[in-house]
Design a protein around this ligand. Sequence first.
Ligand SMILES: Nc1nc2c(ncn2[C@@H]2O[C@H](COP(=O)(O)OP(=O)(O)OP(=O)(O)O)[C@@H](O)[C@H]2O)c(=O)[nH]1
Ligand SMILES: [Mg+2]
Length: 419
Amino acid sequence: MINTDSDSSKEWAAQAYALLKQKQEDKKAELKKEEDKKAELKKEEDKKAELKKEEDKEKDFVESSNFQIKSPFLKNDVESELGEFNDEFTWSAMVLAAQGKKINQISIDEIDWLTKLRRGLEETRKGFVTELLDKLGDDPLTPESLDDLETLLIRADVGTFSTDKVINSLRKKLNEEVVGGEEGIKFLKEELRSIINKPIKDSGIDLLVPQQGILNVWLLVGVNGVGKTTTLGKLAYLSSRSNYKTLIAAADTFRAAAVEQLKVWGERSNVDVIFNKSKNADPAAVVFDAINSAKKRNSDLLLVDTAGRLQTKNNLMEELSKIKKIIDKKVPNAKVESLLVLDASQGQNGLNQAKSFAKSANLSGAILTKLDGSSRGGVSLAVSSEVNLPIRFIGAGEGIKDLRPFNSFEFIEALLSDK
Ligand SMILES: Nc1nc2c(ncn2[C@@H]2O[C@H](COP(=O)(O)OP(=O)(O)OP(=O)(O)O)[C@@H](O)[C@H]2O)c(=O)[nH]1
Ligand SMILES: [Mg+2]
């Protein structure tokens, strides 16, 4: 259990806060210096650019193929502002400490993310944990409290399979010994974590990152509106910020605005977008072009946005398999990930989507979005246990930083946090 009440926890968090504050001030001073320098350089570059523009006008610039590479737009990447030193900060710092992070290893972004995750899961928690904690209190667990827990888990969209598993293990434990309220919660956390970790362990990859030395292709698939394009934008940011050479393929050619939407994300994350100018272009052809580009540039990661809606669901699956065939043919040694994007607020509906995609789309992982403000965050457990998909990333907001690699410890702590 994370105990944010103890004096040593608070002291630890206070030290972490002071250190982050100092770091932020140093960074601001450094940035100011850099900005002054940049302003000088920019003046000179503007002059040069004016001259170059004149020259370019005279050239007849013809593209050699039907795709175009958007030139990158450099953006100053400033870390978030440090917020208040309050209970949220303390809780987030303690979750990091519980995973063995040292005070000088934590960042404001991590604290911000945990705060956001906990707030995001508040709705799920309200209908589940608050009631659970009220019911359990400090008294030992009883068979009746297990019945209550069963109802709460089902209501939080955890799914029948996971619920049965948790209840059965708790019942077994109860038959053997007296289980106090706090211990019950600790045991529950462990059980939930093991359910969510199982597909991750089975996959043999704890943390999904691009493999070195080969091209990694990550396809983002899922029904319309779940957040594929937004998630891809956030992933592009995360990846380029982590110094992976990243490229985006705009393979949703069905929705007219999709390319424009991606170009904005590409600019924000300083990643180029490969797209096809013609209307209703073949998505597999866009991927073909993008792979050529990725090879030429020696890219580490190609992120592929796909359509969420076509005339029929069969078309969608056919299109995905066509895209995969092209990848297999052109880069047989590529590491391909087919990541199903799921809107957590859709609860059981999302779970059904996952099941039907899993049957025909050969998925390798899931990304849960819109965990902010959803009361159905429990669906993550159902995705893990009923579709056996490792959750790779989670999104909790529309901002560029609102996506992080999935961490079961943080997720379960945020889900069952009692404050
Ligand atoms: N609150 C919240 N909104 C999100 C999140 N992720 C995406 N959205 C919003 O969900 C809406 C749909 O997102 P898109 O990324 O366009 O979804 P899509 O799956 O690409 O949609 P199609 O291309 O039409 O299939 C947008 O308004 C996003 O801003 C999230 O984590 N939290
Ligand atoms: Mg989209």
